[in-house]
Design a protein around this ligand. Structure first.
Ligand SMILES: Cc1cc2nc3c(=O)[nH]c(=O)nc-3n(C[C@H](O)[C@H](O)[C@H](O)COP(=O)(O)OP(=O)(O)OC[C@H]3O[C@@H](n4cnc5c(N)ncnc54)[C@H](O)[C@@H]3O)c2cc1C
Length: 348
């Protein structure tokens, strides 16, 4: 059988791209490694939010991303008759009077007012060290990424459109108007490989700058916290009295081994948030597919027009993946130009 697309990788990028192809009645087959719990998308906390929380500034192009994000998840919820998004907002801890004043003055700016509360809030929870004061970030929350990836994977496995194996570049045959891999033939192929795409021989001249990130999972029966809190790191309820905190940043030691340095930082932060005991249940590390200019990388191969890439999602893969999939599909099938800032051409 001939497909419209072969998709390499079923992280959040490959999953969103495949789901967009379904919307356009295009066919695909995915080749993905057997599940690795420390792939970036499976490690991710799953938080989306429109602000750069350190500076209270708006993230790049976030209006367009958010608009498409809600449309995308409404469709995916209907498709699986399930819910993957908790749009609960994020509580930003404002410890000092300076932070509180900065928040309030920025919240009245026309650029940001729809995303920032213009008052300060309290959280009434005796287990927290700080009940006062918080700024509330709107249009923010959490995607249950693992659940989404598992649901989509099971759907594809049932339809026999997902092969669990490592894609071998040497087995790709590029013909004038198609590509083939083993016995699979398709019009086009797209690489959605996250950090493992850094060694891709077809897209080897891009500005990747990977960062390692680590999170801790904890259990605390008495905490009973429903809010996502940001105070240096994100602290997130993930269900059944379990919580996740993270993520750290490390640009030097790029590996997936949990480190004692990261644990120390995360525990110190936990102790500054919580008054009550907790049990650490897991520590996990992943690698973000970041880039030197902090912009994603999408586009078509200069020479082989059947080859595409969707990568460089960095720290904001959850919000970016649906929007970038839409941009790329509109480029491929409707000739809509890709914004220069995210086009791989900027690296040539
Ligand atoms: C600790 C941590 C926390 C994070 N938290 C957040 C967060 O809260 N919010 C947010 O927006 N972002 C977060 N991120 C970033 C986010 O995880 C990434 O932007 C996103 O997951 C990247 O997705 P991806 O699909 O490009 O890559 P990946 O998730 O790495 O998926 C790539 C897939 O391709 C497969 N693959 C690669 N090469 C091959 C091959 N040759 N053959 C077969 N399969 C192949 C891999 O096995 C994998 O399944 C976090 C990242 C980390 C590390």
């Amino acid at each position: 059988m001939k497909f419209d697309f072969i998709i390499i990788g079923q992280g959040i990028a490959g999953t969103c791209f495949a789901f967009e192809l379904l919307k356009h009645n295009k066919t695909f087959i995915i080749v993905d490694n057997p599940i690795k719990e420390n792939s970036s998308s499976r490690v991710a906390l799953g938080i989306y939010n429109p602000l750069v929380l350190k500076w209270f500034t708006k993230a790049w192009n976030v209006e367009n991303q958010l608009e498409y994000f809600y449309d995308f998840y409404a469709r995916i919820n209907t498709f699986f008759n399930d819910s993957f998004v908790s749009d609960t907002g994020v509580y930003k801890l404002l410890k000092t009077a300076y932070d509180q004043n900065t928040w309030l003055s920025k919240s009245f700016s026309s650029k940001r007012f729809q995303y920032m509360s213009n008052n300060l809030l309290s959280i009434d929870n005796p287990s927290l060290r700080n009940n006062n004061f918080y700024g509330f970030v709107k249009s923010a929350g959490r995607v249950n990424v693992k659940k989404l990836l598992d649901s989509f994977r099971n759907y594809c496995l049932k339809k026999r459109i997902l092969i669990e194996e490592k894609f071998d570049y040497n087995k790709l045959i590029i013909s004038p108007n198609s590509v083939s891999f083993k016995n699979i033939v398709a019009d086009k192929i797209i690489f959605c490989q996250g950090y493992q795409g850094f060694g891709n021989p077809y897209f080897d001249n891009l500005n990747f700058k990977p960062t390692k990130g680590e999170i801790l999972n904890i259990y605390s029966k008495d905490l009973r916290l429903k809010h996502i809190i940001h105070s240096r790191f994100l602290f997130t309820p993930i269900g059944n009295d379990h919580y996740a905190i993270g993520a750290t940043y490390n640009w030097e030691n790029i590996n997936i081994k949990p480190s004692s340095e990261a644990k120390k930082k995360l525990v110190s932060q936990l102790d500054s948030i919580l008054k009550i005991p907790y049990t650490i249940t897991n520590q996990i590390a992943g690698i973000r597919p970041s880039t030197a200019d902090r912009k994603p990388l999408i586009g078509r191969h200069e020479q082989y027009k059947q080859l595409y890439i969707l990568n460089g999602l960095g720290t904001r893969g959850i919000l970016l993946a649906p929007y970038l999939s839409k941009c790329l599909i509109e480029y491929i099938y409707k000739d809509v130009l890709i914004d220069h800032e995210i086009n791989i051409n900027r690296c040539h």
